[in-house]
Design a binder for this molecule. Structure first.
Ligand code: DON
Length: 298
C-alpha cells in the first residue's frame, strides 16, 4: 500500500477536480488514499485513506444492491444491463429508448433505481445511510448536507431526465422526492477504509464483513460485479477493463472501488478526474495493484 501510495502520488497534478458544484470544486487535488479489505477481514491502508470524501456515483452500487434485494429481476423491466457508450449524465438515448435507461450506473439508471427505493422504504436516504454504516462498521458516516444542497440547486439535468422518464411511466413517485433521495445517496461522505470494508460483500460471495453475516446471495454478488465490470467506469469501462481487469465503480468525488472476487475489495481516492469523470491517480493506483497481484501470483 505504501509503495502504491508513493507511486500514485506522481500522478497528482494531472486531471481536474469536478467543478459542477462548489462543494466538490473546493476539494484538495493533492489528496490520495488507498485501502484494501481482505475477505479475512484484514484492512491495509495508506495515504489519506481515513479521510471522508463525497462518494457520488459509488453510491449507485448501494442503490442497486438494495433495490435488487427488494425487487429481484423485476428491476430489469425498468432499467437495462448494457453499457451506454455515452457520458454518465447523457439524455440522448432516453427519448429513443422510451425512458428506459441503459444501465443502473448512469445517472438516469440510478434515478430509476432510487424511484424503486422510494416506493419500497418510508425514508430511503436514511435507510441507505444506515446500511452504509452497518456495512462499514462506522456509525459516524453522514450525508454531507452542503453537497446535497448544491446537488439540488444544480439539478436541472438530472431533473430533465427524471421528468422524461416519468412521462414514459418509468418513475412512479414524485420527481422531487426521487431526486432528493438520489442526491442524498450521492452526498454520503465515506473514506477509502469505509468503502473497502462496506463493499467487501461483493468480493466475499455476499457476506458482509463488518456485519458478520450474509448481506446478499452469492449469485447476486456475482451479477453486480458483472455490471460493474461492463458499466462501472462509464464510457471508459473498456479501457479500464484492459488496464486493470477488475469490476469497479467510480464517482466524481474521485473515489473508485474495485473488487477482486474471492479475495478482497479496494478503494482508491484522489479528487482530480480525467475527461470521463474517473480519478486519474486512483485509476493508476488500481492498475499498479492489479499488476502487483499478477507479479506476486496473488
Ligand atoms: O448526479 C450527478 O450528476 C452527480 N451527483 C454525479 C454523480 C457521479 O459521480 C457521476 N459520475 N461519476
Amino acid at each position: 500500500m505504501e509503495d502504491i501510495n508513493e507511486r500514485a502520488r506522481t500522478k497528482l497534478g494531472t486531471g481536474r477536480v469536478a467543478d459542477y458544484i462548489p462543494a466538490l470544486a473546493e476539494q484538495d487535488a493533492n489528496k490520495f488514499g488507498i485501502a484494501i479489505c481482505t475477505n479475512e477481514g484484514e484492512v491495509y491502508a495508506a495515504g489519506d485513506a481515513q479521510e471522508p470524501f463525497s462518494i457520488q456515483s459509488i453510491s449507485k452500487v448501494f442503490l442497486l444492491t438494495l433495490s435488487l434485494r427488494v425487487y429481484g429481476n423485476e428491476l430489469w423491466e425498468r432499467v437495462g444491463l448494457n453499457p451506454s457508450g455515452m457520458p454518465f449524465n447523457s439524455l440522448t438515448q432516453l427519448e429513443a429508448e422510451r425512458g428506459k435507461p441503459r444501465n443502473p450506473f448512469i445517472n438516469a439508471g440510478a434515478i430509476v433505481v432510487a424511484d424503486r427505493l422510494v416506493s419500497a422504504f418510508a425514508t430511503p436516504s436514511k435507510h441507505l445511510r444506515d446500511v452504509a454504516r452497518k456495512l462499514s462498521g462506522n456509525e459516524s458516516i453522514l450525508i454531507d448536507a452542503r453537497v446535497q444542497e448544491s446537488e439540488w440547486q444544480h439539478r436541472s439535468r438530472n431533473a430533465a431526465m427524471a421528468y422524461l422518464m416519468k412521462s414514459f411511466g418509468n418513475i412512479d413517485n414524485d420527481v422531487d422526492q426521487v431526486l432528493h433521495s438520489y442526491f442524498s445517496c450521492c452526498s454520503l461522505a465515506m473514506s477509502c477504509v469505509d468503502l473497502a470494508v462496506a463493499l467487501n460483500y461483493l468480493a466475499a460471495d455476499g457476506h458482509a464483513q463488518a456485519m458478520g453475516e450474509p448481506f446478499i446471495a452469492p449469485d447476486l454478488a456475482r451479477k453486480i460485479n458483472s455490471i460493474m465490470f461492463t458499466c462501472g467506469m462509464y464510457d471508459a469501462a473498456g479501457d479500464f477493463a484492459y488496464r486493470v481487469g477488475l469490476p469497479a465503480k467510480s464517482g466524481v468525488g474521485g473515489g473508485i472501488v474495485a473488487i477482486v472476487p474471492g479475495k478482497l475489495s479496494v478503494c482508491a481516492w484522489s479528487p482530480a478526474l480525467d475527461e470521463n469523470g474517473n480519478s486519474v491517480a486512483a485509476q493508476y493506483a488500481l492498475e499498479l495493484l492489479a499488476e502487483e497481484m499478477v507479479r506476486q501470483q496473488l
